[in-house]
Write a protein of this length. Structure first.
Length: 232
């Protein structure tokens, strides 16, 4: 599935070109790239090709609950949290810039075991998260549930809000989730298509990325890429 669903450098560069072309409209002194040219980008990525989690790139990170596992097996990052937890992996590197694209290939989202007071198996989640300032107070989450429903969430100064229209869904079992930013605009992407756009003002320019699933969800990831415009 990696070859058939890859969002890819070409599509990312095209979107970044659009971001760069909008700089003039934003009043910033930087020329837009010539037509047909691709902007210079910095890329950070992990294809999970090793036999264990690359701890030079990742740290295990929990901001609610505890427990769970994070391992690389058969060229996939496989995650599972504990009951009621929000636990996964966070990039060690902090990225910078108000124009970026983050993409991650989600290959599996399993159901989760019921928490205390719930009846029967519950929808699991695979969640791509951008942590502005590296913390959870200001973050964007783009997730796919095991029942095929997408959810988009925004937290500003710790106030969490669901911002999708509750009508986004898919039958695909493996796809790319993407989060892009152009100034105050946040883009939620599926493969190479924008599914949702939202305005969010005042978010920090530096960020880290996180992969996780809520509770005991088992989710698997094939690759992740972070692209930012090169500083001139």
């Amino acid at each position: 599935m990696r070859g058939s669903l890859t969002f890819g450098v070409r599509a990312l560069a095209s979107a970044l070109m659009l971001c760069a072309a909008c700089l003039a409209a934003a009043g910033q002194q930087q020329p837009a790239p010539a037509q047909g040219a691709q902007p210079a980008v910095d890329e950070w990525r992990d294809d999970f090709d090793g036999d264990k989690l690359d701890e030079t790139k990742w740290e295990r990170y929990t901001f609610e609950g505890g427990g769970g596992k994070a391992e690389v097996k058969e060229k996939q990052l496989r995650l599972r949290g504990g009951e009621g937890s929000r636990s996964g992996v966070r990039s060690r590197q902090s990225f910078g810039g108000e124009r970026f694209l983050v993409q991650a290939q989600l290959t599996k989202v399993g159901e989760r075991a019921p928490d205390s007071g719930e009846q029967g198996m519950q929808a699991g989640t695979g969640i791509l998260t951008v942590l502005f300032g590296g913390s959870t107070s200001n973050r964007v989450e783009w997730l796919l549930r095991s029942d095929g429903i997408f959810e988009a969430w925004l937290s500003v100064d710790g106030r969490m809000e669901r911002i999708d229209n509750r009508q986004l869904a898919t039958k695909a079992k493996s796809l790319w989730l993407g989060i892009g930013r152009r100034g105050d605009q946040i883009f939620f992407m599926v493969n190479d298509k924008v599914a949702l756009e939202h305005t969010a003002r005042g978010l920090p320019s530096n960020f880290k990325v996180m992969l996780y699933g809520f509770g005991t969800t088992e989710n698997s990831w094939d690759a992740i890429s972070v692209q930012t415009l090169k500083q001139q």
